[in-house]
Design a protein around this ligand. Structure first.
Ligand code: NAD
Length: 485
């Protein structure tokens, strides 16, 4: 019997599901059991062509609609997503393995927030009037044209909406390629947009690996590429986009610092460290995986952290009591287990976890290492799994320098009751998305993105509008034209 997660077909182009079984089959594995639940096929060159030509053809008419009309469609899509939150969350859990306890509140709901927010902004995307005596200049905020979105595997619904909603609000069309690891959810977003009244061809989904992504990025019809992925992929995609002078947004990896001063509320700081390391089993780009704890509270912090981490409930992700799911794939599990071994070899002190859980699926116990030093592999490389490194520090100056000593710059957090210090420290940290006495909140109203190797551009908020539109400036002369001859 066909599994309920199996989509009608692999791709969604021009308002309908499309299949081409000549494409490489991509198995979809449910991470909690290892069972294959669906198959999609990578896009063949014919499918890529169909998606790009359709999106190109649909864009102009979409951009000519009023912002109010485009916004209404996006807001209707948000309503549909909220009505179907339960089913969409179940699918998200099948796609990623993340527990339903999380997906019910963090995925379709976050996607709906983006559709609602950008739907609300669509009607107010205006230019300026710049008076110049009798003459004047006016500016118009115009769509870029055809945009490509490429997703990572950890938040398949959210990433499709965080890219699709602002792109469409500005009058662009989009071809979106989900990660080959989690290909299912973006198809539902495409389906819902059509149901909400989006013209066919405005938002299309094609499946495939990096090769398909590469074919989309290099196509001369494409005006912009928005990627969520790792730094190495980001470098390749950025370079390929530069060849065609295309706009880019790069949402890449991180190794973010979370700094806990000895005056912090310990339970809140422990809660921040848990949210910043173990949500989605650690598969979150902005995670604060280098937890710097001031020496005075180190042992107290570790004891409370170990106690609360022991309360994580590993189990069937579809059971709403489960609070901690598996790694997305067997491969990712093995990569993370490799890092755990490295941590042990290099002399970090294991506080809890540190091994594969004794159950079906790709579960790793939430793991905390203490006495981690700056040069250890687990403190330098993005692990993308439930592995927290706790480092100690003495002074503010020292911790800021150490926190910044990385190629990454996605997020940073500080826990302290001293507000002057909190703002000063955040001011000195090289990171794009920061938190004071909190960690990993991502409201659509706030810009999200990194500095240094962690990215270029911002998603969410009014900032995203700037990255999906361009300004045309028009000089209007009222009098005669003076010329030299
Ligand atoms: P990845 O870099 O392996 O793949 C990302 C996407 O790029 C996939 O869809 C993949 O098929 C595609 N791709 C690969 N090579 C390509 C190429 N040459 N041209 C075009 N597309 C190509 O990343 P992943 O393993 O899916 O996700 C994990 C990474 O994503 C982590 O580094 C994580 O930090 C990052 N991430 C960042 C954010 C953010 O918003 N900053 C959010 C989630 C994940």
């Amino acid at each position: 019997m066909t599994h309920p997660a199996q989509p009608k077909a692999s791709h969604f182009i021009n308002g309908e599901y499309v299949e081409d079984t000549a494409g490489t089959p991509i198995p979809v594995i449910y991470a909690a059991t290892g069972e294959q639940i669906a198959t999609v096929h990578a896009a063949t060159p014919a499918i890529v062509e169909q998606a790009l030509s359709t999106a190109k053809a649909a864009q102009k008419a979409w951009a000519r609609m009023t912002g109010t009309e485009r916004g209404r469609i996006l807001r209707r899509a948000a309503d549909i997503m909220r009505e179907r939150n339960h089913d969409l969350s179940v699918l998200e859990t099948y796609d990623t393995g993340k527990p339903l306890q999380e997906t019910l509140v963090a995925d379709a709901t976050s996607g709906a927030d983006a559709l609602e927010y950008f739907g609300g902004l669509a009607a107010s995307l205006t230019g300026e009037h710049i008076p110049l005596g009798e003459d004047w200049v006016y500016t118009k905020r115009e769509a870029l044209g055809l945009c490509v979105g490429i997703g990572a595997w950890n938040y398949p619904t959210q990433i499709a909406c965080w890219k699709g909603a602002p792109a469409l609000a500005c009058g662009n069309s989009m071809v979106f390629k989900p990660s080959e690891t989690t290909p299912l959810c973006a198809l539902k977003v495409a389906e819902i947009l059509i149901e909400a009244g989006a013209p066919a061809g405005v938002f299309n989904v094609v499946q495939g690996m990096g090769e398909v992504g590469g074919a989309l990025v290099t196509d001369p019809r494409v005006d912009k590429v928005s990627l969520t992925g790792s730094v190495p992929t980001g470098k390749k995609v950025y370079a390929a986009a530069a060849e065609g002078m295309k706009h880019v947004t790069m949402e890449l990896g991180g190794k973010s610092p979370l700094i806990i001063f000895d005056d912090a509320d310990i339970d809140n700081a422990v809660g921040g460290a848990i949210n910043g390391n173990f949500y989605s089993s650690g598969q979150v780009c902005s995670n604060g995986t280098r937890v710097f704890v001031q020496k005075g509270i180190k042992e107290k912090f570790l004891a409370r952290l170990a106690e609360r981490t022991g309360n994580a409930i590993l189990g069937d992700p579809m059971d709403e009591a489960t609070s901690f799911g598996p790694m997305v794939t067997e491969n990712q599990m093995n990569i993370v287990l490799g890092y755990i071994e490295k941590g042990k070899e290099e002399g970090a002190r294991l506080i809890c976890g540190g091994r594969r859980a004794d159950m079906d699926g790709y579960f790793i116990e939430p793991t905390v290492f203490a006495d981690v030093t700056d040069d250890m592999t687990i403190a330098r490389e993005e692990i993308f799994g439930p592995v927290m490194s706790v480092l100690d520090f003495d002074t503010e100056e020292e911790v800021v320098a150490r926190a910044n000593d990385t190629e990454f710059g996605l997020s940073a957090g500080v826990f302290t009751k001293d507000f002057t210090r909190a703002h000063r420290v955040i001011g000195n940290l090289e990171a794009g998305s920061c938190f004071i006495n909190s960690y990993n909140d991502a409201p659509v109203e706030a810009p999200f993105g990194g500095v240094k190797a962690s990215g270029v551009g911002r998603e969410n908020s009014k900032e995203a509008i700037k990255h999906f539109s361009q300004v045309k400036s028009v000089y209007v002369r009222m009098g005669d034209v003076e010329a030299a001859f």
